[in-house]
Ligand binder design. Structure first.
Ligand SMILES: NC(=O)C1=CN([C@@H]2O[C@H](COP(=O)(O)OP(=O)(O)OC[C@H]3O[C@@H](n4cnc5c(N)ncnc54)[C@H](OP(=O)(O)O)[C@@H]3O)[C@@H](O)[C@H]2O)[C@@H](O)CC1
Ligand SMILES: Cc1cc2nc3c(=O)[nH]c(=O)nc-3n(C[C@H](O)[C@H](O)[C@H](O)COP(=O)(O)O)c2cc1C
Ligand SMILES: Cc1ncc(COP(=O)(O)O)c(C=O)c1O
Ligand SMILES: [K+]
Length: 455
């Protein structure tokens, strides 16, 4: 259920009614230009990443360069990078493994939600790739998944026995190879292939030969089954030649970390500039606080199949504040406490005299009994429409909380003093931007700017 608060004069709560109707909006203007007020949409060119050699596989330290193509590190160079990181650059293997395992877990959580893909089997090999799998299993447990671990060749080093102890105390069950079902598709939703990374060589030895075969076989089961588990390969698909890839085409076909497939993530947001320079790594832009970044083709999605299962605590009419503004404050505080990004972002819809509505995002800068306050340019399109028709609707949507607030009402300008005060509270760059950019106007090019407007 989405909880929905509709504030009008008087403010009231709105309930959903469900009836069979669909609408289609035909954009009346071509959707081919950036909206002028969007937060620096093109200040830094996005790195376009695509794979120039789809049959090849790079290590986790693969780099992005040559205007958008991926370049690869050889097996020797990847190992060399490890040695430098863990030698003169002072990193410990524990540290790098923790970062790698956390990146794997967060990438999985980004794509496969725990309410749909809950049962995870991490198949871990004897080396550091296996260690990445052990760390990922621990994080996934805390993210709400139910992980199992198959770790048939345990390495007797304190790092690994520590990781095993951490998992056992959660508790995460360890399964022997014999305990695994022949067909993994029924018991697991996600299979983490953390058997081998860049130090793999030759043909896989037992018991990993059979384990790899179990993952390969999944594609045969897939034909008779509707849903089969997804395979997430850490660093490289185990069994693939580290530099030549899946030569015979008979290896594991992972769903994540697969060049031709939909989900390929690159970690490495810790690589110091000295390494990046030495190996000519042109690292991608990581966003926010993410340790890894999606690269390659964006996933193809069936829009009609996108669906969330909204699970919210019960919300009864008697729990609703008598004054919708009080309810708004409560929910706003919840949105802030939940750590949502820009909880004050709201869609503002205006309609000019032509009766055609237009919406855009603005930031709420204050709210009290007098109304909801935002700031904008008095010469913008929305300002013109509000001049023609001083009525507007606001919409807040707090993803994660499954709540929206709808506000409808009449609009007035705040006082000049209040406007001035807000303007002077803004960072210098925003002030300059507001002065030189003519909001809502098409900019003929990057070389042009005007100086006749002011927010
Ligand atoms: N770069 C980074 O930033 C970071 C890298 N990290 C991770 O480390 C990974 C590299 O780790 P790694 O060097 O320990 O090697 P890995 O591939 O796990 O396996 C070696 C083991 O497999 C065995 N083995 C080999 N071939 C075999 C075969 N045919 N059949 C059977 N066994 C075989 C081999 O045994 P051996 O042949 O030596 O007897 C040895 O025991 C890397 O891919 C990444 O995931 C992160 O943890 C930290 C940050
Ligand atoms: C998250 C977000 C917040 C925004 N906040 C504001 C704002 O507070 N004031 C504003 O004038 N524009 C803001 N913008 C830009 C507007 O969405 C819009 O592009 C711009 O105001 C021009 O709109 P108009 O041509 O319909 O008048 C924001 C954009 C985004 C994506
Ligand atoms: C055009 C414009 N004006 C105003 C704002 C509000 O920004 P600030 O919080 O810097 O005042 C934004 C934010 O995105 C904006 O894009
Ligand atoms: K692997």
């Amino acid at each position: 259920m989405i909880c929905s608060l509709l504030s009008q004069a008087p403010l009231s709560l709105a309930y959903y009614k469900s009836f069979p109707s669909t609408y289609k909006i035909k954009p009346s203007a071509p959707l081919n230009r950036f909206s002028p007020g969007f937060l620096s949409p093109i200040s830094t060119p996005a790195i376009r990443v695509f794979c120039s050699k789809p049959d090849e596989v790079g290590s986790m330290a693969s780099s992005v360069q040559n205007q958008g193509s991926i370049s690869y590190l050889t097996q020797r160079k990847a190992a060399e990078v490890d040695e430098i990181l863990m030698g003169p650059l002072g990193f410990s293997v524990d540290q790098l493994m923790e970062l790698a395992g956390l990146s794997v877990a967060t990438s999985i959580a980004e794509v496969y939600k725990p309410n749909e893909y809950n049962r995870v089997l991490a198949i871990c090999g004897p080396g550091n790739n296996g260690g990445d799998g052990l760390v990922a299993a621990r994080h996934l447990y805390h993210f709400g998944y139910k992980p199992f671990v198959c770790y048939p060749k345990r390495t007797q080093k304190p790092l690994y026995s520590g990781l095993v102890t951490q998992l056992e105390t959660l508790p995460i069950p360890f399964l022997s190879v014999d305990e695994l079902p022949v067909d993994l598709s029924k018991d697991f939703d996600i299979l983490i292939d953390a058997m081998f990374g860049f130090s793999f060589h030759g043909a896989p030895r037992p018991p990993f030969d059979d384990l790899i075969q179990k993952l390969v076989n999944l594609h045969n089961y897939e034909q008779v089954q509707q849903k089969s588990p997804v395979i997430v390969s850490v660093d490289i698909p185990s069994g693939w030649h580290v530099e030549k890839g899946d030569g015979g085409g008979e290896g594991i076909k992972p769903d994540m970390l697969k060049f031709s497939g939909p989900h390929h993530f690159l970690g490495g947001r810790f690589v110091p500039p000295t390494i990046a320079e030495k190996y000519k790594l042109c690292l991608p832009q990581y966003s926010g606080t993410s340790m890894c970044v999606r690269i390659g083709k964006p996933p193809q999605v069936d829009i009609s199949a996108l669906r969330e299962n909204y699970i919210s605590p019960e919300f009864l009419e008697e729990q609703v504040e008598a004054d919708p503004l009080d309810q708004f404050h409560k929910w706003f505080d919840d949105a802030v406490a939940a750590g949502l990004k820009e909880p004050n972002a709201m869609a503002l819809t205006t309609t000019g005299k032509d009766g055609k509505p237009s919406s855009r995002m603005v930031l709420l800068k204050g709210v009290d009994k007098g109304g909801f306050v935002w700031y904008t340019n008095y010469e913008s399109r929305k300002a013109r429409e509000l001049f023609e028709n001083p009525h507007a609707a606001l919409l807040f949507y707090w993803d994660g909380l499954n709540r929206q607030v709808r506000v409808e009402g009449s609009v007035q300008k705040v006082s000049d003093e209040e406007s001035e005060q807000y303007f002077h509270s803004r960072p210098r760059g925003s002030q300059i931007g507001a002065i030189v950019s003519k909001q809502s106007a098409v900019v003929p090019g990057r070389m042009y700017c005007t100086s006749n407007t002011k927010n």
